[in-house]
Design a protein. Sequence first.
Lengths: 492, 492
Amino acid sequence: MLEFRKRINVSTDLFVVKNLIGSILQGVGLAYLFPVLLVWFYPDQIEYVPYFAIPGMACVLFGAWLSRHSSKVEDVNLRQAMIAAAFTWLFASFVSVVPFMKIANMSFVDSYFESMSAWTGTGLTMMSHLSSYPKILLFWRAWMQWLGGIGIVLVALSILIRPGVAAARLYRAEARSERILPNLVNTSKVIFEIYLALTLVGAYLYYINGMNPFDALTHAMTGLGTGGMSTHDQSIGFFHSPAINAVTIFLMIMGAVNFTVHYKLFKSKSLKPFFEDIQVRYMFIFLIPAIAIIAYSLYQVGDPVGQALQGAIFHAVSAISCTGFQITSLSNYPEVAKFIIAILMVIGGGAGSTAGGIKLIRVTLMYESLKWTIESAILPRGAVIKRKVGNYVFSEEDIQEVMSFTMTYLAFLLFGTVYTMLRVKASLANALFEVASAQGNVGLSVGITSPHMPVDLKILYILLMWIGRLEIFSTLVFIISIAFLLPRVARK
Amino acid sequence: MLEFRKRINVSTDLFVVKNLIGSILQGVGLAYLFPVLLVWFYPDQIEYVPYFAIPGMACVLFGAWLSRHSSKVEDVNLRQAMIAAAFTWLFASFVSVVPFMKIANMSFVDSYFESMSAWTGTGLTMMSHLSSYPKILLFWRAWMQWLGGIGIVLVALSILIRPGVAAARLYRAEARSERILPNLVNTSKVIFEIYLALTLVGAYLYYINGMNPFDALTHAMTGLGTGGMSTHDQSIGFFHSPAINAVTIFLMIMGAVNFTVHYKLFKSKSLKPFFEDIQVRYMFIFLIPAIAIIAYSLYQVGDPVGQALQGAIFHAVSAISCTGFQITSLSNYPEVAKFIIAILMVIGGGAGSTAGGIKLIRVTLMYESLKWTIESAILPRGAVIKRKVGNYVFSEEDIQEVMSFTMTYLAFLLFGTVYTMLRVKASLANALFEVASAQGNVGLSVGITSPHMPVDLKILYILLMWIGRLEIFSTLVFIISIAFLLPRVARK
Ligand SMILES: [K+]
Ligand SMILES: [K+]
């Protein structure tokens, strides 16, 4: 830790930070201005326009002023990129609170919770009676989730799946060097177009299955972005439509697949890359027993087989893809179903997708490494074991990184669960469920999250959403950097 | 796996197995004969003597005949030693069922459960109304637990803490080479004498604090052996004595400390090695917040502060030491207290002690390695991080072994918990608690374990007790070896 102190150059870092804040402000500013277009279709929303136009213009102008020297920033190193990513989610959420505070009259903490939940694609909410809110505010949430989804995909492919990290070996092309910006620009355009196209396909499918255009668009955005915020309190359950459920399952799975797989699909015009992807395969390997157990437990408490299966499939996919859409209330689910869903939320979707959690590639590697460990316990010392998954060979260092990440993830999960149990006297199953949902950016809820929960718990969940979204280490690097940087700035 | 097949030499292995069975039979035979001495003090127990004397004599004689060529076995390699250890607990438990079946009229599965629970030092029981059973049967349980305790210490120091395993670096002197037998003989005598002396001290302390001689001896045996089987249904709670609680806490901690520390204490005649031991330190580091949370949760539900603290301290020590003594019923404890106790049971005591669980040294290493991972995420690649705990430097391979073990341990825990929830509709907190207790060889219970539980669950718990006791890999090596060996034997 002490050595780290030497590597910080205050004046360079401050310059980078100023430019970064400028860029974030411009980005959020443009995001603010977009919902104004909704007035074209829904003229009655005009009265809320100032709450978007004013902060939007202010952000753009102030951001442009701050980053007026931006041409001087030539390149960023990995540490700066990690800090920047962590800061972006923290700060963008902060800037985006205005409509929640002004239109919905929510407190700052509630607004920041909502905003963080939206930008991180979590979907837990401080709002109830959703349909009573103006459309423009509901669109604002969906829009942040959609942008946050594509945002994390690009950050994941460029920063989180960094060189030296096991997942990088599977996606070498996207994560070759520490110099990030050139790489990012090359692939991001195509990936963004795929994301946009899939969203429009989703919205069309929703629309022809009976949703109104507004619901169709917002649910396609939060479904593919695996954000999971709905415009109805009952979430997807509001529509009572098996067809809409099926479209949702399709979108959730698409959102939880590494976007380089979509890229390959697009380039090769074949479905082969999808079924060859190791993360996709393991998604189904984990889903099948999970669905069986959830359905069996629902059947045990009296659900008819068909209904039990439908609930099990939908919520299992919603959990592992970290989307958070529901078709029924989960608070009355049997504890074993809650537990299995919580495990799926902890596993999470594919690295390089919009999903959260530990990520399938890491869980797969751990699963495979158990076999290797048993082999090495049986074979005499010195015998060489090939650590292969698919066509990729992994080093012990890769596996150690994966396990360290998992342990850190579980440590935060444990802390959050115990804290929740102490604060609201929740059962273990409920507390674990809710914390796994926040930390995995899922958004499924058994009812602990509400405007009435203690404020310290709200702040804890805000932090867990943030930490989970940036795969922990970025946020820890950020926090430690701040801790070292602040005293220096003060000294200047 | 396939390569492993080549390394099995059927005729050598069969010869070793025959000798091993012979040795176990002689050992269990002698163990059977010892309780007969109880008749000297309690003449009314004479009617039960045949159920010990007959199987005892039979085992000794048959065992001696089987291992009549034993002088030919010169040395065993590590794989054979691991298989032998796994088989010993499985087979000794099988041989020891006679008194349970004949005196207590228990079914074979219940008797095998009781016998495995005793030999593995778990303490979960299929018997209720304990005081209604003959003393000689109660002594038989305590005696198996005591022998099983010293047995696992010797096995741990010689086989489980094997070279290449992280814990071995801390106890290098005891685990230097793959040639086990010479090493074992050297230290085992002194360690056995210490074990015996501590037991007698414990019995004396119990006696002067009001226990009758029989209770004093049996509780000292099962306390130091961290077995936790009592002669009363209410366990230590039966005595309603703070002094007896304190003696028990002392014995439980002694039993959960690596026995090479006791050895050092004995040699140096000072307490320094105790407080310098990294596992002892971390035991207290984990205990303090755990006790605080348990006590707070008991206070929340209405316990007076003193009573809450006493229950928290006793049960936290009972859990982390994997003893399983209770002073009150735990089934009505708040879920957060159950969860914290379950975590302590998963952590477990010191490697090289009579305790179970993941072991303190492994958890300590993981905790420390989180710091190293964060450092390596912050520092530029290539920067060297010293992986030190105390004065010992650990390699990445060590850490990987520890994490693989932990993941395997958690995988079994997860499977057992879900299975329990499905079979008896237990809550998550209760199922996790009971499975952590069985797998960690603890014996605390929230009431799931009983003669009325489904027979498949009994068999699962028997397996978990066995797997947990031998630190998993030995049992997996055993199972895989059997799977490869049997077809070959059949072909001969
Ligand atoms: K979500
Ligand atoms: K025990």
